[in-house]
Design a protein around this ligand. Structure first.
Ligand SMILES: [Zn+2]
Length: 205
């Protein structure tokens, strides 16, 4: 076990305690996935290849995207963070023009000494039966020791989306939509999640 106290841990220029406060403010509560995510982003930054402009890929929707958005300039909204939901707790930062980058993942072979982290990541117990205090303590002690780092090159063509290049007005709902989606928008093709929606302009009695 490493002899590092939390006051010595720096996560992307923030002390550990500062980062915990940032998580609370951004995410609403101290999500364990964001704690481990902070170590992952910091480790990725320390292993970046040469380059100036870095984009991010996150391989899960759970918690990790928020750590990336909190600690890097990359957000889903500005398009510099893309979520490719492979269900793996991993992220990559890569140079946006060359695709050269670094991938950080949780190394499942290194989890045997960290039962709470293993239980959390593999959902071995229902959340309410997990000991969240012990889990955060383990994450603090484990730091980056449970993580792996790989050099990667991103297939930039594969992740480029040209879907939103041209827009039309949907003849069914009257809203703008990417023309490539078809004669009507995906919502009107049955992919909208609403069981009920008002027809605009009509008052319900
Ligand atoms: Zn429509």
């Amino acid at each position: 076990m490493k002899n590092v106290t939390s006051s010595e841990i720096i996560i992307c220029g923030h002390t550990y305690d500062e980062y915990i406060e940032m998580i609370k403010a951004f995410h609403g509560h101290v999500a364990p996935g964001m704690v481990i995510g902070g170590f992952m982003v910091d480790l990725a930054y320390h292993n970046l290849p040469q380059g100036e402009f870095f984009d991010a890929i996150c391989e899960t929707r759970a918690c990790l995207p928020d750590a990336i958005q909190l600690l890097t300039p990359c957000t889903v909204g500005n398009g510099w963070l893309r979520i490719i939901d492979l269900g793996r707790f991993a992220l990559s930062l890569y140079e946006k023009y060359t695709g050269d980058g670094v991938r950080v993942y949780v190394d499942s072979r290194k989890l045997d000494n960290w039962p709470e982290i293993k239980t959390f990541l593999f959902k071995l117990k229902p959340k309410k039966e997990q000991d969240s205090e012990a889990l955060i303590t383990e994450m603090n002690l484990a730091c980056t020791s449970i993580l792996g780092v790989q050099k990667v090159t991103i297939n930039l063509n594969a992740i480029k989306s040209s879907r939103r290049d041209t827009f039309s007005v949907c003849p069914s709902c009257g809203e703008g939509y990417p023309k490539n989606d078809g004669e009507t928008c995906l919502g009107c093709q049955g992919e909208a999640p609403y069981l009920h929606s008002e027809i605009p302009g009509l008052q319900e009695d």
